[in-house]
Design a protein around this ligand. Structure first.
Ligand code: DQA
Length: 144
């Protein structure tokens, strides 16, 4: 079974971007860690990133045909995008929301998430390890 791991704006700069908040690892590192763990869990992972809301929405639609579950870090779209929420609401499998930082310890505008209205679970503040924890949860939910 396939898991789509979607990443929103500015996450292409992971490793360079505010490392005191988001850490030193890059999104490529995350993709490799997830692929390795996925192999163990019998899940094929596809990690994608876009700075564009519409691209993320198109990938969510694509996942309706191809993926058993979605792990998503929508970046700042978390706090603004009803369109991403609506797209996720068309997806039937499990959805897990990941934030590298603990958004609840940060500015109040990061405390509200539209995506959480759909997510089956939310991980925040576990660093990039959150993606792997989400993948383990996915395996549990999908019974792999
Ligand atoms: C983030 C938290 C968001 O508030 C922020 O806009 C991001 C990254 C995180 O992973 O901690 O871009 O989703």
């Amino acid at each position: 079974q396939q898991i789509t791991i979607l990443n929103g704006p500015n996450l292409n700069l992971l490793g360079q971007r505010e490392p005191e908040i988001y850490g030193a690892e890059t999104l490529d590192d995350v993709a490799m860690r997830c692929a390795a763990l996925g192999e163990e869990l019998n899940l094929e992972t596809i990690l994608r990133q876009s700075n564009h809301e519409g691209a993320l929405i198109d990938w969510i639609h694509e996942a309706r045909q191809t993926a058993a579950g979605i792990i998503i870090n929508p970046g700042a779209f978390t706090h603004t995008s009803i369109a991403i929420l609506d797209a996720l609401n068309t997806f039937e499998g499990p959805v897990i929301e990941v934030h590298i930082s603990n958004v609840h310890r940060r500015e109040s505008f990061r405390h509200h998430s539209y995506v959480s209205l759909r997510a089956d679970g939310v991980l925040a503040g576990f660093g990039v390890q959150g993606y792997e924890l989400a993948l383990r949860r996915m395996a549990h939910l999908l019974g792999t």
